[in-house]
Design a protein around this ligand. Structure first.
Ligand code: TPP
Ligand code: MG
Length: 324
């Protein structure tokens, strides 16, 4: 592989932290202390972990109902995210949003919503604000394959193309919208990234489990937006290992096969990166770092559980503050 081993290490450790955090959420979900729905990205960590290599806290990002990995990749605070999922006042949305409504302006994470496609125009608006203020940052719109079936997707891309806005659209194509495969939702030979091209936005595609190709194409795409100050759309194929919403597996309910899941599991980029690192001089260092991450995750759950609940008066206080 043509990527420096220290970069592989960073990408692996970020992916590992995201995966372990979500596995811990899954493990503890049945305790019924996290009372919001959770959409886990287990299996989809590589794309956001590579994205993190090229983005700063000053840049903007918006995301979807499946936002944990994006928030952490954007530099989000693990304690604040877990506290948010527990509905606590110390959460990044003051405990009033839950898993699907993460917002943290301190790291440029400008929101995520449960309305499919709902944040696409928000990310475009952020791109417009950057242009009007002549700033050097960029806006990121994370979106799923399903949101390309929403009308607002086309309106938003059209506007981004028309105004030449500095936005990177990152479409994580995990083949499914809830229980429907792409095959039953869109014409078979039409590629999502080509839709963006037809609207007038440069675009590319990669297998989001191919570490090197994803790294190179994301690097190119983000640099393109930064340097050209124009939009770029990248489609990355990926796969979620768990059910659409919730902590369990759902290969038994009939919308996808166990074989399909096992095929993707075999190609898990985390396993691939771990193998590379185990065969490198960084091996011992990785074991130590993994233990530190486990410790950090435990601390985040302890913090969340021992944090106070929001109070009724907080609602008006935070809404008022946010308005200003
Ligand atoms: C406007 C709207 N329509 C339908 C839904 C129900 N819904 C929730 S998640 C989802 C699937 C979205 O698929 P995709 O964008 O590919 O994201 P993924 O869940 O695969 O990450 C749907 C249809 C919704 N929340 N909002
Ligand atoms: Mg999808």
């Amino acid at each position: 592989m043509n990527i420096d081993i220290n970069i592989i290490k960073d990408i692996y450790l970020r992916s590992y932290k995201i995966r372990l955090t979500e596995e811990e959420i899954a493990k503890r979900y049945k305790e019924q202390e996290m009372r919001c729905p959770t959409h886990l990205s287990i299996g989809q960590e590589l794309v956001p972990s590579i994205y993190a290599q090229f983005i700063n806290k000053e840049d903007y990002a918006v995301s979807t109902h499946r936002a944990h990995a994006h928030y952490l990749a954007k530099g989000g605070n693990l304690k604040a995210m877990i506290a948010e999922i527990y509905g606590k006042k110390t959460g990044c949305s003051h405990g009033m949003g839950g898993s699907m409504h993460l917002i943290d302006k301190s790291v440029g994470f400008m929101g995520s919503t449960a309305i499919v496609g709902g944040t696409i125009p928000v990310g475009v608006g952020l791109g417009l604000s950057i242009q009007i203020k002549n700033e050097s940052k960029i806006s990121t719109v994370f979106l799923g394959d399903g949101s390309t079936e929403e009308g607002v997707f086309y309106e938003s891309l059209n506007f981004a193309a028309l105004k030449s806005l500095p936005i990177i659209f990152i479409c994580e194509n995990n083949l499914y919208s809830v229980y429907s495969n792409l095959e039953v939702r869109q014409p078979t030979n039409r590629k999502i990234y080509k839709l963006a091209q037809a609207i007038g936005i440069e675009s590319s595609h990669s297998n989001g489990y191919d570490i090197e190709d994803t790294y190179n194409k994301l690097e190119y795409a983000i640099n393109y937006v930064k340097n050209e100050k124009k939009p770029f759309f990248i489609e990355l194929d990926t796969y979620r290992f768990r059910e659409h919403c919730g902590p369990s597996y759902d290969n038994d309910i009939g919308y996808r096969t166990e074989k399909e899941y096992l095929d993707f599991l075999k190609k898990d980029p985390l396993k691939k990166m771990k193998e590379i690192l185990n065969n490198s001089i960084l091996k011992e260092n990785i074991d130590k770092k993994e233990n530190e991450i486990i410790e950090e995750i435990n601390e985040a759950f302890n913090f969340a559980k021992s944090s106070p609940w929001p109070e009724y008066k907080d609602i008006s206080e935070y809404l008022y503050k946010e308005k200003r």
